[in-house]
Design a protein around this ligand. Structure first.
Ligand code: ATP
Length: 325
């Protein structure tokens, strides 16, 4: 079952296509992250899915409804929520009043107490909106989005500007939503957050998908390397293992096969009659993989983990985005 099933979407604002016949699927109850550089087409796609922007061509089903159809859109508004990066709220209303008013727009809203508890803002229920801190304000945005018990939630940079504790709380909240069956579409430039939360990631560039998969699949399939490092051994006269470089007193080797590098380093040390100390092995992160992907184009080391447009989506069961023929 897909919460979102969009095929062959094109968008032309009048100066040529910015989305080139792309397809995008999000299974129900998953957290899907949409990544891409500035101007890639993320907002355009998301707004088409939300029904806030028309498409030039293609088919879109969101919760089984067409957001481009006026009647379907009216129903969708009661079943999905959007949390934008910045929201305008009346500064002189209290948290409680703003939530009460918002609840009146939905057929079966959560109670104000319940939703405040969910976002851990209960102690601020009587506070005015203008008196909230940035993190508290972000939690109020989420509370508003959750009030209508959405089946689908679009979240734009949910934790930007928050302190680490607030960030962790919001991430836990989002993960909890998924666990209770809500589908979440996340746009974030914080790839640690994406790696932690997302069940699947789709990367868009210049209006086409260039990679799709789980965070692990994208990391494994990328051109990003594991970094093997150890302290520069004494008494080796500046000699280093093959492929190594010296960086700030540490010997560094970049590899996509850490086991054979570690083996090679061990036998090198034996031959040199020295000991390896301070060995660290740091696997690539989604951040590394993403940067490699954007800088190198769509090429990767593991075919099938990602690919261009249609092939990436079609060949791997975990994948969902691509360009349809
Ligand atoms: N209203 C508009 N009129 C004309 N062109 C637009 C409009 N909105 C977006 N575009 C163009 O469409 C392309 C995709 O823009 P979009 O905002 O979807 O990218 P994005 O991936 O969300 O970027 P960012 O990360 O910077 O927000 C860009 O070339 C942009 O200039």
């Amino acid at each position: 079952m897909y919460a979102i099933n969009a095929t062959d979407i094109t968008k032309d604002y009048g100066k040529g296509e910015v989305l080139h016949g792309i397809s995008y699927q999000v299974p129900t109850g998953r957290i899907a992250a949409l990544l891409g550089p500035n101007g890639a087409g993320k907002t355009t796609l998301i707004e088409i899915l939300e029904g806030h922007r028309g498409r030039t061509s293609g088919r879109v089903e969101v919760l089984g409804l067409d957001p481009g159809n006026r009647r379907d859109f009216a129903e969708l508004r009661t079943r999905m929520s959007v949390v934008l990066q910045q929201t305008m709220l009346e500064p002189n209303l209290s948290v409680r009043d703003i939530l009460r008013r918002h609840a009146s727009y939905y057929p079966d809203p959560l109670g104000v107490g319940e939703v405040l508890e969910q976002v851990e803002l209960t102690e601020k229920r009587s506070a005015l909106v203008k008196s909230l801190s940035g993190g508290q304000r972000r939690r109020l945005d989420l509370a508003l989005a959750l009030t209508g018990r959405p089946e689908l939630l679009f979240l734009d940079e949910p934790t930007t500007g928050l302190d680490p504790v607030s960030r962790r709380r919001i991430r836990a909240l989002v993960a909890g939503l998924r666990d209770s069956g809500t589908t979440v579409v996340l746009t974030s430039h914080d790839l640690t957050e994406v790696q932690e939360l997302a069940d699947r990631v789709d990367v868009i560039r210049d209006g086409d998908f260039i990679a799709s998969g789980t965070p692990d699949e994208l990391v494994r399939g990328s051109a990003a390397f594991t970094v093997v490092e150890f302290a520069e051994p004494e008494g080796v006269g500046g000699r280093l293992p093959e492929g190594a470089e010296l960086v700030n007193g540490r010997v560094r080797i970049l590899t996509d096969d850490q086991d054979s590098v570690v083996e090679r380093v061990r036998s090198w040390a034996e031959d040199e009659g020295t000991r390896i100390t301070g060995l660290t092995i740091v696997p690539p992160t989604l951040d590394d993989a993403y940067v490699a992907m954007i800088e190198n184009g769509s090429g990767g080391r593991a075919p099938g983990a990602h690919g261009t447009g249609k092939s990436g989506a079609a060949e791997n069961g975990a994948l969902g985005a691509g360009k349809s023929e």
